[in-house]
Ligand binder design. Structure first.
Ligand SMILES: Nc1ncnc2c1ncn2[C@@H]1O[C@H](COP(=O)(O)OP(=O)(O)OP(=O)(O)O)[C@@H](O)[C@H]1O
Ligand code: SF4
Ligand SMILES: [Mg+2]
Length: 362
């Protein structure tokens, strides 16, 4: 996340400490692992289709991901934004090995996690965890907070600490809950506290990457800010990386180091957060931002209407997928899919006519 101090290029610092270390003096060396070496996670050319009911009682292929690339460094937050149905959660599920892509590769520290089996796969699963949108639905209402936090240790017995009660208390403390909360049940917590509990569970195995799918969308605004601050704080202390999915642009701007904007299964723009938000290159990104009350519209006083519905992923437009909603579409856009182009340093877009240098909403 931005403004996270404690990053350095120390290559051989421990990746992520356990929560015990994080609450003590070992936190600083752990954070210094951030940004070391190559990407922690990378994906190239990911494609994923689902066979769904089509017209006339037949079947059709719905393309949820269509050639997605991404990479996440240590201690870094990659934000994923886009309208509902653009493929964000499908991408998250592929990265978590919950869906197998039809094509493309995933690499975690250079290794293909889909090729792992048995003990190696179990070890990998410790390193990548998830935080869900709805903490109530994702927590077993009949389990105490202590049992919920300790649940991952039942699957990963060799990672279970000798003193589980002590570790549970430390994890509760780490996420801003009290030791006495260990005996409480999910129904006795507020929404924000439940999300803290979900985060504590995700931290129990000392992950290096947490995929957060709309982690604050179900929370009130003031509680959102607390949970976002907690995630930022944990990143500074533990050096953990996040893939942070949200449809809320202001939230993503707040938390992400880099942003990928998705439209109909494709990443249409990718770059450093400030560059993307201050000078979007893709007409879709500019329109999204100008429609967000706290971003472009407020700053520029101008709104770009994002007219029409997202086309069906069962029958996407030819050429550029955004062309049916793009004000500057030409015949070329209908005929030829644009190729990714790096218009500014580390800032790419998928558009024949990028808004080079144009301010958001212009
Ligand atoms: N298991 C599935 N079977 C069939 N279609 C699916 C399945 N999972 C996702 N899809 C479809 O894939 C597309 C992408 O869905 P996904 O859930 O990834 O979108 P999203 O960007 O996360 O949306 P939201 O913001 O609403 O959560 C959608 O059209 C969705 O209907
Ligand atoms: S390629 Fe054409 S239709 Fe697509 S976003 Fe760029 S200008 Fe618009
Ligand atoms: Mg989703």
């Amino acid at each position: 996340m931005p403004d996270s101090p404690g990053r350095s290029d120390t290559p051989d610092a421990p990746a992520v400490p356990d929560a015990t270390a994080a609450t003590g003096s070992a936190a600083a060396p752990a954070a210094s692992a951030a940004q070391a070496g190559g990407p922690l996670l990378s994906a190239t050319g990911l494609r994923k289709s689902f066979r769904v009911a089509g017209g006339n009682g037949g079947k059709a292929d719905l393309t949820a991901l269509d050639g997605v690339d991404l990479h996440v460094g240590r201690g870094e937050t990659l934000g994923l934004v886009g309208e509902s149905g653009c493929g964000k959660s499908t991408l998250a599920r592929v990265l978590l090995l919950l869906e197998r892509p039809d094509a493309g590769t995933v690499r975690f520290e250079g290794t293909d996690p889909f090729a792992l089996r048995g003990r190696d796969l179990l070890k990998w699963r410790r390193r990548v965890q998830m935080v869900f949108q709805d903490p109530f639905a994702s927590l077993n209402a009949r389990m105490s907070a202590a049992d919920i936090i300790g649940e991952p240790w039942r699957t990963h017995r060799d990672a279970a600490p000798a003193d589980r009660d002590q570790r549970v208390r430390e994890l509760l403390d780490l996420v801003g809950l009290r030791p006495g909360d260990a005996r409480r049940y999910p129904g006795e917590f507020s929404g924000g506290q439940r999300q803290r509990l979900g985060i504590a569970r995700a931290l129990a195995l000392g992950p290096e990457l947490i995929v957060c799918d709309e982690p604050v969308s179900a929370l009130d605004l003031s509680v959102q800010a607390q949970v976002l601050n907690l995630l930022a704080d944990l990143q500074q202390r533990l050096g953990v990386s996040y893939v942070f999915i949200s449809h809320d642009l202001s939230v993503v701007r707040h938390v992400a180091d880099r942003v990928s904007v998705m439209y109909l299964g494709k990443v249409v723009e990718h770059g450093p957060t400030e560059s993307v938000f201050e000078r979007p290159l893709h007409p879709y990104t500019a329109a999204l931002m100008s429609a967000a009350p706290s971003l472009g519209a407020a700053r520029s006083g101008r709104r770009i209407l994002l007219s029409g519905e997202i086309p069906s992923p069962l029958d996407p437009p030819s050429g550029c997928r955004f062309r049916t909603r793009c004000r500057q579409a030409t015949d070329l856009c209908a005929e030829t899919p644009p190729a990714p182009a790096e218009v500014r340093e580390h800032h790419e877009t998928l558009c024949h006519f990028p808004l080079e240098g144009a301010p958001a909403g212009a």
